[in-house]
Design a protein around this ligand. Structure first.
Ligand code: SF4
Length: 230
């Protein structure tokens, strides 16, 4: 792997972007046909050759915006949730219930996001993700794509590409990375999941909405529902 110059980096990123175009699943096969696997391999490939990004073990800076999750991502995440101990599942139910006063707001936001530019629609809406327990993601291995890419990628916005992450992470990069560092575009991975999700008649919703749709009689239902009535 060669990351010496920004040109080398862009060549590597393009190779991964090409690979994800061939991916057929999300979090199922754990190989080059799995969008998560391709993306995680890209990030681990980069991190061997470049300075560490601001994310550190226990950092949860990205967990205060409501993650928008596709049906395919929820299906990949749900088994991780069901594997948690009963005590942790109870805690997640409590945390999801504590957000129920936001039901209407999230419903309205979801309708706006599905019909408009999502970054603009989400704007400054913030809430702690109900999957956070003791400051850590309870379902880290199954977390959605947006949580995997935050703080280390670029997103296309109009005719520009902009850093996808917090101001703190951006400042960290400016300080610690060589000036001519290139970062990978996140869009090919997001687009691939959207295409696969659409092809499987999936939907999208915010993570608390998925949780609410899977709680019955104060317990999680035994299987992921692909298209709940949000
Ligand atoms: S799913 Fe996990 S990583 Fe993503 S926002 Fe929630 S707690 Fe953070």
């Amino acid at each position: 792997m060669d990351y010496r110059t920004a040109e080398d980096q862009v060549i590597r990123y393009r190779a991964f972007a090409g690979m994800v175009g061939e991916a057929t699943n999300v979090g199922v096969t754990g190989d080059e046909l799995d969008v998560y696997d391709v993306f995680d391999t890209l990030i681990s490939d980069m991190s061997k050759a470049m300075p560490p990004v601001a994310c550190r073990n226990g950092c949860n800076q990205c967990c205060y915006h409501p993650p928008l999750v596709t049906s395919l991502e929820w299906s990949a995440l749900y088994p991780h949730l069901l594997n948690l101990s009963p005590v942790r599942q109870e805690l997640l139910i409590e945390q999801a219930d504590a957000l129920r006063p936001l039901t209407k707001d999230l419903g309205a936001l979801r309708r706006r996001v599905l019909g408009a530019d999502r970054a603009e629609a989400i704007g400054d809406f913030s809430m702690q993700c109900p999957m956070l327990i003791d400051g850590k993601c309870a379902v880290y291995a199954g977390r959605p794509l947006v949580c995997r890419g935050y703080g280390q990628t670029l997103r296309i916005s109009g005719d520009k590409s902009v850093f996808f992450g917090s101001n703190l992470a951006f400042a960290h990069m400016r300080e610690n990375f060589p000036e001519d560092t290139a970062l990978p575009l996140f869009d090919p991975y997001v687009d691939r999941i959207s295409a696969l999700n659409e092809a499987s008649a999936g939907t999208e919703a915010f993570l608390p909405q998925w949780l609410w749709a899977h709680i019955e009689n104060n317990a999680f239902v035994p299987e992921a529902i692909i298209r709940p009535a949000f």
